[in-house]
Design a protein around this ligand. Structure first.
Ligand code: PMV
Length: 325
């Protein structure tokens, strides 16, 4: 039995336009974030995560991803994606872990299978949601969901509970975003449930969802033309619509307002209720200091980050072979 470490990494993601409405099959535009999680795995006698025994009953994500393993394994992870902050950390962890497990088992899952693994792992954690995060973390760079005119770049089609998500590769011009983390933890599941309750009892909420869909399409047209002014304007409208749906919060609004004087546009990203906002800007340093001065943590992000991939190194050192027991 080889006890060689197998490593893989995957990026986080941020949503330029379309979170929440994508859950109802509306379009979305998502980019891979310039930060990654790395997962290493090797055969072992006991199941451990970062040196601690794994309690599968409390780890639905790990339980799902390891369901077909016939042996125990050690997992090591390292990450610069803030957790529970709307940057897709659980999808990135799932994608990196599934790819590392595939490498250990001598199988190459390929992007399509990897997306299914990451999406189902996320569902085991949060119960409902779209395959948007999993798709962005696996494929990297930029993806579009249910965007008309992208059929020739189609990556995959996923359907669940009557909703269909056609995911495509999209061209993303060089742009700079600043991500601002409020530091307020807000898990995805409750935010998605909150919007679902609102939608189920009010036509008005469904109209907001439709409106986010329209804004997303206009923003995508602007992105294709590298028209950052219009794209930024659509991002701000999207933020206002999401606020009406009840998923923004004081801290997010504070950081959005701080970024706006130096940005084309800004909005919350991900499920909201806390977590992160993004600003599209060509003055990243000024936006970063505005965010920092209001108590947020800022990360400058460029476009073009690669998706899930095999890594040659352990997170903290070179790959090495350990003798069999
Ligand atoms: O907060 P995150 O990174 O898990 O993003 C969730 C995005 C939602 O549209 C709110 C939910 C989903 O599954 O699409």
């Amino acid at each position: 039995m080889s006890r060689r470490w197998h490593s893989a990494s995957a990026p986080g993601k941020f949503v330029i336009l379309g979170e929440h409405s994508v859950v109802y099959g509306k379009p979305a535009v998502v980019l891979a974030a310039d930060c990654r999680i790395t997962c290493s795995v090797r055969r072992s006698r006991r199941n451990t995560l970062n040196g601690e025994p794994i309690e599968f009953a409390r780890q639905p994500l790990l339980r799902y991803l390891t369901r077909n393993l016939r042996h125990a394994a050690d997992f090591m992870t390292s990450s610069d994606i803030p957790a529970g902050a709307g940057l897709g950390s659980s999808a990135a962890l799932s994608a990196a872990m599934a790819l590392a497990i595939g490498s250990m088992e001598g199988t190459d899952p390929g992007e399509r299978q990897l997306v299914d693994e990451a999406y189902n792992a996320e569902l085991s954690l949060q119960g409902s949601g779209s395959p948007m995060d999993a798709s962005a973390c696996v494929h990297g760079k930029g993806i579009g969901v249910n965007l008309p005119g992208t059929e020739d770049r189609k990556l995959w089609r996923i359907s669940r509970n009557g909703n269909v998500w056609n995911v495509s590769d999209i061209d993303v011009p060089e742009m700079t975003f600043v991500v601002g983390n409020t530091g307020v933890k807000a898990p995805t599941g409750p935010q998605v449930d909150k919007v679902r309750r609102f939608v189920s009892r009010s036509n008005f909420a469904m109209e907001m969802i439709e409106e986010i869909g329209n804004v997303t399409l206009s923003g995508y047209e602007a992105l294709k033309k590298n028209d950052v002014e219009t794209l930024g304007r659509m991002m701000l409208i999207d933020h206002k619509l999401l606020s009406i749906l009840g998923v923004s919060c004081r801290e997010l609004n504070k950081l959005v307002n701080a970024a706006l004087p130096f940005s084309y546009g800004a909005k919350l990203t991900g499920s909201g209720g806390g977590g992160c906002m993004i600003a599209l800007t060509d003055q990243p340093e000024r936006v970063s200091s505005a965010i920092t001065s209001r108590g947020g943590t800022a990360y400058i992000m460029k476009t073009g980050t690669p998706g899930a991939k095999i890594e040659e190194c352990m997170p903290d050192g070179p790959l090495f072979d350990i003798p069999v027991f």
